[in-house]
Design a protein around this ligand. Sequence first.
Ligand code: PYC
Length: 315
Amino acid sequence: MTHPEWIEVVDSHTEGEPTRVVIEGWPMPSGATMSEKRADLRERFDHLRRAVVTEPRGHDAIVGALLTPPVSEGAHCGVVFFNDVGTLGMCGHGLIGVTKTLAHLGRLAPGAVTIDTPAGPVVSTLLGDGSVTFANVPSFLYAKDAAVEVPGYGPVVGDIAYGGNWFFLTELPEIVIGLPNLERLMAVTRAIREALWDQGVANEAAPIDHIELFSPSPRADAHSRNFVLCPGAAYDRSPCGTGTSAKLATLVERGVLKPGQVWRQESVTGSLFEGTVEVRGDDLIPHIRGRAYVTGTARLRFEPSDPFRYGIRPA
Ligand code: PYC
């Protein structure tokens, strides 16, 4: 195990959801592909994941981003995203945060760059007004109207879709999506996630670890409001970049949204992502636009005698 005494980070939030980009002090994971780098990070550096994003130096909602050398030709860099419980294939709000952070550090000028992720290369564009738009990995509706029996709530029907991570998307009109209702929203989405796993309602590749609820939005400029339970203990404060991608692919495949047509997704906190879908050959490529703001820079310290050097919760 490597035990760095400090790691430097830049913090930002994207439409309310925090990203912590590691810029120095974390040894590079090895691997010729981003999936191999992600696997190496899991195997050799899980203690650093916990140290950087969980308490006492972080909290459940932070998504960490470890920058790596690129693996595909012409790419600007690679990135492995991680959170309170593990790693992510892609992270939309995180990619917007990484892009703004690189610009803040003087490592990126306005324009488009390719960034490699374990889910595949994505193209991120820093726009003149400071917002960021990214072209995601191919996204798709995997299963329409999948049913699950949720203990305490009854049958729930929803779609299973991929947008760089796996999502179960549904509507529960009896539960209002809003900040005053967070406890109920967390409880029902956790219950759905557990029921999906217990009852084997699944895709073949990876567990469905994000649950996304939708309702109409009170905003005149938004098409929908969502609540997204992330894989660990947190909900997404932004509309979720990969979740909005999964939603857009679902809407296109259901014939509700046309390619190129704008969809504005509001989050439970009231923030907004704007998205469209591009058809590229057989693939649906979501384009998601949002804003991120740098909130701080820090040198996290890990004293050898600190009993919570690698987080409070055990591995
Ligand atoms: O924006 O894709 C996203 C995301 C995933 C988990 C938290 N945010």
